[in-house]
Design a binder for this molecule. Structure first.
Ligand code: ADP
Ligand code: MG
Length: 683
């Protein structure tokens, strides 16, 4: 089976040019090609009436031969054969065959044939012609796979390469599931499934094959995560002792909620054990994850170890830095900030403090796991909003130390079914109680006609000394940066001149440098700005408690979870906050979606709704989780999830490291996929 994992240009039918195209779309090996699945199928067994044929396209028709003409030669020496025919409705169709004598000879007067070819309208004869038809009995695959459209790569090209690929598979059939599991769950053999999905003989077969492949996808993912977890069970290099947290608690400006206390206990219990903690701290926006993280850092520092808190953006890193400094500095714990925005000189100073251990807690962006940064007894790695980093980065940082404890914080509530997939290798603590005194954010959906009223409402809040965000109309995801900039600026200019002319308005967007962003956020923090017009840059983590209004333009364009995240920027103190969703062209379905958001503030419910409405592809799409993609498996298929779970249990008890020879194929499979998508913790 190794042959399947060679570079794809080892296939005879793959040229240099095609190799490049395949590389672009991530098809690197024959194995990848086997899992490059058709988008749809054409069923050539179903003839259409000639009158309904699509002009200048390939069509399938059934024709009865009424006359055969003598061949003629074209000026360029081509032999042209013609025949007359009628379809079942009596429509006359001329058959034109260039050069292919045998096809012509096969046609018998008075007989009917299902054939497939380009139908053109012949103006001179005032009838339809079919050109160079293929007779169905000659066709290898009467149901033809249609592949995703990519520049330079047509379906016939893929089919040719796939044919060669499937031949290799026939020489080296490989099977990842033992017969007992295949029987138990009534699954097709893998080689058969791959044949059936690319070269089906019947439509029923396709469904059965897809079922097998979907099962395979889920199994690989879950088993792969299990292996990651299994291998991660090393011993920690810096064992920690239980210590008294009271000094830390005394210095907090508030007392922890019951949920925070429980999470802290779980974390400390993990960290005083022998094996590295691998825990997810999941809590809705505003549930107070940072204080929990700070408790873990305190614990770590008192045990003589360093901790790192890594945030996905500069803004967030700086905010965490301030918060942690506030919580810890008066306890004589030194907190340092390390981001890409520092000057080379500043970086050098910080790195020196990290290396000699004088910096005990390090807060930063991805800069914290660059090669140049050497740690001094790194005992704890915390990543905030982990879905933005992906499993690969999470592991990269973990490799910095001697098997440090890992805590992952996520504000995106992940439905249970998905959590199992993405975080299958983690234990979970949940903050399901909000700090006291928080009022749920009131949410309204309005159409563009009511924009003026919405802004008037915002102004009332501003008059009472509050602040507001306006999230700009959504911009096409792949629009270039200039375009984005123009759109944001134009919108801001417009609203500054009209509705908000008496207020301090400023903008925040992704094209600004880290420093500019920081300046602006600082001004907003200090209330030098009343209304901040922004793109989704503010989506995660930003904390300005005095902001009470979040107005979102073109709200229908965002996913529910993202809207929920944006809404979480307000309602961050005991004041009543508001979220106004403005829609201009919402469909019925979009309105339904937004209604859900108005009726609940429970992030888990929203995530579940999002999953149901958009499907896991989209849900995952925005997350960059760094796991192998699921092409066919539906995470809403609970029956299959359940079966897969059972299969996983089978392997865990029979062969937890997949080292037996009969599990070799599955092991290779998982290893290949996980390394391809950036998770290298497996080997
Ligand atoms: P998130 O979970 O979204 O990261 P934060 O950690 O940013 O939430 O906390 C949100 C706000 O709530 C912060 O201003 C923080 O100081 C405050 N906070 C956290 N825990 C408590 C608590 N137990 N009581 C009161 N306020 C709290
Ligand atoms: Mg946070």
């Amino acid at each position: 089976m190794e042959k399947l994992f060679l570079s794809i240009d080892h296939l005879k039918s793959v040229s240099k040019t095609r190799f490049k195209i395949y590389q672009k779309i991530g098809v690197l090996t024959p194995y990848d090609l086997l899992y490059y699945l058709p988008r749809s199928y054409k069923d050539y067994r179903e003839p259409v009436a000639a009158a309904d044929a699509v002009m200048d396209m390939q069509n399938v028709v059934r024709l009865t031969i009424t006359a055969k003409k003598n061949p003629v030669y074209s000026s360029r020496g081509m032999q042209i054969f013609r025949a007359d025919a009628v379809d079942d409705d009596g429509t006359e169709v001329g058959i034109v065959i260039f050069n292919q004598r045998f096809t012509f000879q096969a046609l018998q007067l008075g007989k009917s044939y299902v054939m497939y070819g380009k139908i053109v309208s012949n103006q001179n004869e005032n009838r339809l012609n079919i050109q160079n038809p293929q007779l169905l009995k000659d066709m290898e695959n009467p149901i033809e796979a249609v592949y995703p459209q990519t520049a330079g790569l047509t379906s016939p090209m893929v089919r040719t390469n796939m044919k060669e690929c499937l031949q290799i598979l026939d020489e080296l059939p490989f099977e990842t599931l033992p017969a007992v599991l295949r029987n138990r769950f009534q699954l097709m053999a893998l080689p058969k499934a791959l044949h059936a999905v690319h070269q089906p003989e019947t439509l029923e077969q396709i469904e059965e094959a897809k079922h097998r492949i979907a099962f395979e996808e889920l199994l690989r993912l879950q088993l792969g995560l299990h292996l990651l977890k299994y291998k991660a069970q090393k011993k920690t290099e810096y064992p920690m002792q239980m210590i008294d947290l009271q000094p830390f608690l005394d210095h907090l400006p508030f007392s922890l909620t019951a949920a925070q206390k429980k999470a802290v206990q779980e974390i400390l219990a993990d960290m005083s054990g022998d094996s590295p903690m691998n825990r997810l701290l999941q809590g809705d926006v505003g549930s107070g994850k940072t204080a929990v993280a700070a408790a873990a850092c305190y614990f770590c520092a008192r045990n003589g170890c360093q901790s790192v808190l890594m945030a996905p953006t500069e803004i967030l890193a700086e905010q965490h830095y301030k918060t942690l400094t506030g919580f810890l500095e008066s306890l004589n714990i030194r907190v340092a900030l390390l981001t890409g925005a520092l000057t080379a000189k500043q970086k050098k100073t910080v790195c020196a403090e990290i290396a000699d251990g004088s910096a005990q807690v390090i807060v930063g962006t991805h800069a914290v796991f660059q090669k140049a940064v050497a740690y001094h007894k790194l005992g704890l790695v915390i990543t905030d909003e982990q879905h933005r980093f992906g499993v690969a980065q999470r592991n990269a940082l973990a490799e910095k130390g001697g098997a440090p404890h890992k805590l992952v914080m996520s504000a995106t509530p992940i439905p249970r079914t998905l959590a199992l997939m993405v975080y299958g290798d983690l234990e979970v603590s949940v903050l399901d109680v909000m700090p006291n005194g928080r009022l749920p954010v009131k949410t309204f959906a309005v159409t563009g006609k009511l924009r003026q009223r919405a802004v008037n409402f915002m102004i009332q809040e501003l008059r009472q000394g509050r602040q507001a965000y306006i999230v700009c109309p959504a911009i096409e995801e792949n629009a270039d940066s200039d375009f984005e900039l123009k759109a944001v600026t134009a919108y801001a200019e417009q609203i500054k001149k009209t509705m908000l002319q008496n207020w301090h308005v400023d903008i925040l967007h992704g094209q600004m440098s880290a420093q500019e962003k920081e300046e602006t956020m600082k001004k907003f923090h200090h209330h030098e700005i009343d209304v901040l017009i922004c793109t989704t840059v503010v989506e995660v983590g930003v904390d300005v408690p005095n902001a009470t209004v979040m107005m979102i333009e073109d709200a229908e364009r965002f996913g529910l979870s993202q809207l929920h995240q944006l809404r979480g920027r307000v309602g961050r103190n005991s004041l009543q906050s508001y979220c106004i969703l403005v829609t201009e062209h919402a469909t019925e379905e979009a309105r339904e979606r937004l209604k859900r958001l108005c009726s609940t503030t429970d992030g888990f419910q929203i995530a579940e709704a999002d999953l149901q409405l958009r499907g896991p592809g989209d849900f995952f799409g925005s997350m960059q989780h760094g796991l192998p993609p699921l092409k066919l498996a539906k995470l809403t298929d609970t029956k299959m999830l359940h079966d897969v779970q059972e299969a996983v249990q089978y392997f865990i008890s029979a062969d937890p490291e997949l080292q037996k020879s009969e599990h070799h194929a599955l092991y290779m499979d998982i290893l290949y996929l996980f390394s391809k998508y950036g998770i290298n913790g497996l080997n």
